[in-house]
Ligand binder design. Structure first.
Ligand code: LRH
Length: 493
């Protein structure tokens, strides 16, 4: 059987990569062709992504794919919620804004005052979270007036599909992160948009993952991508990661672990009930009609921001060194709510973690190792409370946990997760997102049958490590404390 090659562009909030994925009928392998770091910066008073830099780095990465094997197709996935705006003539209005801008918290308050929490949740099935697109758009409509000149909104992966092919549509999984998409009715929540003053005319046609968006156009269409199609993968990185999660049991929990930890289960339908609303669980779109019922937990952002803060003070610690230091600290000494609002924006994270411990009566962690231990334990604990909330809402306790993404390398976090949840934890693949991106393209090309086959291939190809739980009552007490802190933090919002 001939080897089929596709290109997956996977954009994370801290780094992006271009991956050459090959499928030989047995194995699905991903080889990184290039990797580039990037950061949001304030422009015109709003934190924005470096669109020009990302475009340059993606173009260079795709150009480096080489011409040895023809690339059948290319697709882009990225973090959720952010978007670009096109003018009527198809040009981009300006650089996409970043969901960590403080304007989103202000807009969340305005939205709550205008339509209320229940309306936002029930019209969409999306958790109320200040990072959602809907709040950025409310600010665009009412404050910056950015929408006045906009004809079409494209979720971020589709901004790059547009640059590659000229397409002007948005892929479903990406749209589902907006907080403006009705996950039960499967259409934009246009009435909600209008009630908030967001013109529904900017909301584009939504297409399913696997849609062929046309040939690669421009200079790229003449190099390694000659003859290649642009095929929308699951544009939302979490959706791509879950496609390539080799679940060992039905109803198992996924933790897609990168900048954020996305913690949830795959369900056949959206779950929008008073119980899911009270637990503030979100419904995000998956491939082949599935939904992910999940919670966004702040994730490794907390550790990465700590590393950046220490580096500014002259202390360079690799991620692995930091985890090593944390492993030497006693377990569960201090716990924070990873989703507290003060942890969202970039800044001096160690000081914020310490201030949080001080305020809530935990011993204040004094060293990088102690701060990191506090973060790791707190993440594991929040996975546990999410497991409990999901079990209460679906009636089915998850039987196992699968950690994918960069966080799957963190053995301390994996063991803490096993101990906190009392469940076996399977780690890997680390590159689930790029594999899932490529796999959906391969399904569209007819090389793989469906998601079940994708997962079977990934299970055959990927290296998976398993941690067994060591049950301890201390995690139970700590979980009760985390629940109380979360209630208090939500009241402060
Ligand atoms: C993870 C993720 C998450 C979103 C956040 C903005 O990368 O896509 O699912 O909510 O980024």
């Amino acid at each position: 059987r001939a080897v089929r090659t596709v290109a997956a562009v996977d954009l994370g909030a801290e780094s992006g990569r271009v991956v050459r994925a090959t499928f030989d009928g047995e194995r699905l392998d991903a080889a990184e062709v290039s990797r580039f770091a990037h950061l949001p910066r304030p422009v015109d008073g709003i934190l924005r992504w470096d669109l020009a830099g990302l475009t340059r780095d993606i173009t260079a990465g795709l150009g480096a794919l080489g011409t040895d094997a023809p690339v059948a197709s290319v697709g882009v996935d990225s973090w959720g919620v952010d978007y670009g705006l096109l003018r009527a003539d198809g040009t981009l209005l300006d650089a996409p804004t970043c969901y960590r801008d403080p304007r989103q918290l202000v807009a969340l308050d305005e939205a709550l005052a205008t339509v209320g929490r229940d309306r936002l949740y029930r019209a969409t099935g999306t958790q109320i979270n200040e990072i959602n697109t809907v709040f950025a758009l409310l600010s665009d409509a009412r404050t910056t007036r950015r929408l006045d000149d906009a004809a079409t909104l494209l979720m971020l992966p589709d901004v790059f599909h547009h640059l590659l092919s000229g397409s002007r549509v948005t892929e479903f999984t990406a749209a589902s992160t907006s907080g403006l998409y009705d996950m039960v009715g499967r259409r934009w929540a246009v009435e909600l948009a209008e009630e908030l003053g967001i013109p529904a005319r900017v909301l584009p046609e939504v297409v399913p993952a696997g849609t062929d968006l046309g040939p690669v156009v421009g200079a790229l269409g003449e190099g390694p991508l000659a003859g290649a199609r642009v095929v929308a993968p699951a544009g939302h990185d979490t959706a791509s990661a879950v496609v390539a999660t080799p679940f060992t049991a039905p109803g198992a929990l996924f933790v897609s672990s990168g900048t954020w930890s996305l913690v949830g289960v795959e369900t056949p339908h959206a779950v929008v009930t008073p119980e899911s609303e009270a637990a503030n669980l979100t419904n995000e779109g998956g491939v082949a009609g599935t939904t992910r019922l999940l919670r966004n937990v702040m994730g490794l952002w907390l550790l990465q921001e700590c590393r950046r803060a220490w580096a500014r003070q002259g202390l360079q610690l690799s991620y692995a060194e930091l985890v090593e230091l944390a492993a030497q600290e006693p377990e569960l000494r201090s716990v924070v709510n990873p989703n507290a609002p003060e942890f969202l924006a970039p800044g001096d994270m160690p000081a914020r973690v310490q201030a949080y411990c001080e305020r809530t009566g935990s011993p204040v962690p004094q060293t990088p190792g102690a701060v990191a231990r506090c973060v790791v334990d707190s993440l594991a604990l929040s996975y546990r409370t999410t497991v409990e909330d999901i079990a209460a809402v679906t009636g089915t306790p998850p039987p196992a946990v699968h950690i994918t993404g960069g966080g799957a390398r963190n053995r301390l976090l994996a063991q803490a997760t096993a101990d906190a949840t009392g469940l076996p934890v399977h780690c890997g693949p680390v590159e689930a997102t790029a594999l899932g991106n490529a796999a959906v393209q391969l399904v569209a090309l007819g090389e793989l049958a469906d998601v079940a086959e994708v997962r079977a291939v990934v299970a055959r190809t990927a290296e998976i490590r398993t941690c067994s739980p060591r049950p301890q009552a201390r995690w139970e007490e700590a979980a009760a404390r985390l629940r109380q802190m979360t209630l208090d933090d939500d009241r402060r919002r």
